[in-house]
Design a protein. Structure first.
Length: 257
């Protein structure tokens, strides 16, 4: 099975103005597979926290540094909240790096257990209604505006859009902050290092170039993205996409997280 797009439906819904400083969008995934059919959906990492509402598995998930896969079988629905980079910290109030690699219980953030959230949200008829219910829950915990969260969001957006930004030192100059301060803020608000976030987006740039056929020699592509050797580039590319550049050119594409 090479294409999961025919097997599931993804819906995205924008947040209200009150929650927009913290939340990028709500999302819902529905799937319906034939009996015995299974699909392994690969998802690439990103610097955002996702609150995922799923029967028996509801939790908040900090950014990871490698691809992960999600096995789809039968039929089902999962609903989620994708926070802006830095937007989850004001709800949690503790460094996200403490939760790297392990789920944050929703009780710590919303004052509800996963089970108490699942039935009111997943029992609704469509994703719009689910988003409205989630809005009501989140609004009860709406934090005060956080200028540092906004600073981190803008920094990550700058990294994402500027392909010439390949070093942490360059980011520090743009932010007007000392390197140790930038590293501390990313540790606290994002949960991963600024070096990793830069690497993530430059690898995504490389994948776009491979998609369009504008990659030329892989050695030159690696150098253009700030790598000094091809082996390091291939290793990072595989960590982010789950495939080597050659495999990526020939195979199906992973989904964005």
């Amino acid at each position: 099975m090479n294409d999961g797009t025919q097997r599931f439906r993804l819906t995205r819904i924008p947040p209200s103005p009150e929650l927009a400083p913290f939340i990028k969008h709500y999302w819902g995934v529905r799937w319906e597979l034939a009996e015995g059919e299974r699909y392994n959906q690969v998802v690439v990492p990103n610097p955002c926290v996702n609150l995922v509402v799923e029967p028996g598995k509801t939790a908040c998930f900090a950014p990871g540094t490698a691809t992960f896969s999600y096995l789809l079988q039968g039929s089902g629905c999962v609903f989620g909240v994708k926070f802006h980079p830095g937007g989850f910290y004001p709800f949690l109030g503790e460094p996200l790096s403490r939760w790297r690699g392990k789920p944050v219980p929703v009780m710590r953030v919303l004052g509800l257990t996963g089970e108490e959230l699942e039935e009111p949200v997943l029992g609704l008829k469509d994703e719009q209604a689910m988003a409205e219910e989630m809005e009501r829950v989140l609004m009860r915990r709406l934090p005060e505006p956080d200028p540092q969260a906004q600073l981190i969001r803008e920094a990550v957006e700058d990294i994402a859009k500027d392909r010439e930004l390949t070093k942490v030192d360059m980011l520090c100059v743009r932010m007007g902050l000392h390197k140790r301060t930038v590293q501390r803020l990313f540790d606290q608000y994002v949960g991963v290092s600024p070096k990793w976030v830069i690497r993530l987006y430059r690898i995504q740039d490389a994948a776009e170039r491979l998609d369009s056929g504008r990659h030329g020699e892989l050695v030159k592509l690696a150098m253009d993205l700030g790598y000094h050797d091809q082996a390091h580039f291939i290793k990072d590319f595989k960590n982010v996409t789950g495939q080597t550049p050659e495999e990526y050119i020939q195979g199906p594409r992973p989904a964005s997280g």
